[in-house]
Design a protein around this ligand. Structure first.
Ligand SMILES: C[S@@+](CC[C@H](N)C(=O)[O-])C[C@H]1O[C@@H](n2cnc3c(N)ncnc32)[C@H](O)[C@@H]1O
Length: 285
């Protein structure tokens, strides 16, 4: 079963670009410069410098390889596993959906539910980022009938309170330049999450701050876990964490009724279970 899911995640019909393409280009450029310096060092008979530059070039190339793997493969595999908890009828919101990697993986698991993605479509944060590209990806993946795209800022979500069962975000909130702005985005996510709903935020910086904001809002069911090497953006020093939080609700299982009115309907299912073995990380992130 697991191998079938992996296969499905790998078979992508959309086109998803590269995260922060300037960072990846910088790593490759750095490696080329160091390789040129290796040649110069040996040409001028300074072998010690040549060896130092060679080691630097290999290290930078390894970082570029890790980054390339994560942005093209690893993050898809990780999110494919995380989203295994979706049952099919949820209202899902993806903050900073970009070209739709998480959004469309979630949509593929939905039957009656809908997946909404909100973004400002910044080309600096993801190559070729545009609403039209995400829409074309939704068509290509065969899920456009259950996907909404909204152009907007995650610091000011244009949705009513308690609208979503599941809120996801991948490598997006850290792009907000100020701490106040990032806090505001997390507060907004909490506002539009229904009582008993689940939040999954993957990021490579600031996750401990997101946790503090949620705890300040009274969320006690919060944890962070290391997402492992498949989510390294260049190496273990740029590793990512998953922040997983459940908004308090009546018995923790309050759910949206079939007519969407948010009545307290007991709901027990995979969305209420852990996706992966939990390995908490400390406060050092
Ligand atoms: C690195 S990309 C990640 C995209 C997608 N989540 C993925 O993992 O493929 C970060 C995304 O966050 C979006 N973004 C940055 N700041 C935003 C904001 N304040 N509101 C909405 N989206 C934002 C960018 O436009 C970009 O699409």
């Amino acid at each position: 079963m697991k191998s079938i899911l992996r296969y499905n995640v790998c078979v992508r019909r959309g086109s998803y670009g590269f995260d922060a393409p300037w960072a990846l280009a910088g790593l490759f450029f750095g490696a080329v410069v160091q390789l040129a310096l290796v040649a110069v060092s040996f040409a001028f008979d300074v072998p010690a410098a040549g060896i130092a530059f060679l080691l630097g070039a290999l290290y930078t190339l390894a970082s570029a390889g890790s980054y390339l793997y994560t942005t093209r493969r690893g993050k898809f595999a990780v999110w494919g596993e995380e989203l295994g908890r979706i049952e099919g009828d949820e209202q899902v919101l993806d903050l900073g959906c970009g070209r739709g990697m998480v959004l469309l993986l979630a949509a593929r698991r939905l039957r009656g539910g809908r997946a909404t993605g909100i973004d400002l479509w910044s080309g600096k944060d993801q190559s070729g980022n545009a609403e039209s590209v995400t829409r074309a990806n939704a068509e290509a993946e065969g899920v456009s009938d259950r996907v909404n795209l909204v152009t907007g800022d995650m610091r000011e979500l244009p949705f009513e309170d308690g609208r979503f069962d599941l809120i996801v975000s991948s490598l997006a909130i850290h792009n907000i330049p100020t701490a106040e702005g990032r806090d505001q985005a997390v507060k907004e996510a909490h506002r539009v999450l229904r009582p008993g709903g689940l939040m999954l935020i993957a990021d490579f910086r600031h996750t401990s701050c997101y946790e503090d904001v949620l705890r300040g809002l009274g969320v006690v069911d919060v944890r962070r876990r290391d997402l492992g090497w498949r989510f390294w953006y260049g190496g273990p020093w740029f590793k990512s964490e998953m922040l997983e939080a459940r908004k308090p609700g009546s018995n923790g299982v309050e759910a949206r009724s079939a007519d969407g009115e948010g009545a307290a309907v007991p709901k027990v299912g995979r969305l209420h279970q852990d996706a992966a073995p939990v390995k908490d990380v400390g406060d050092g992130a």
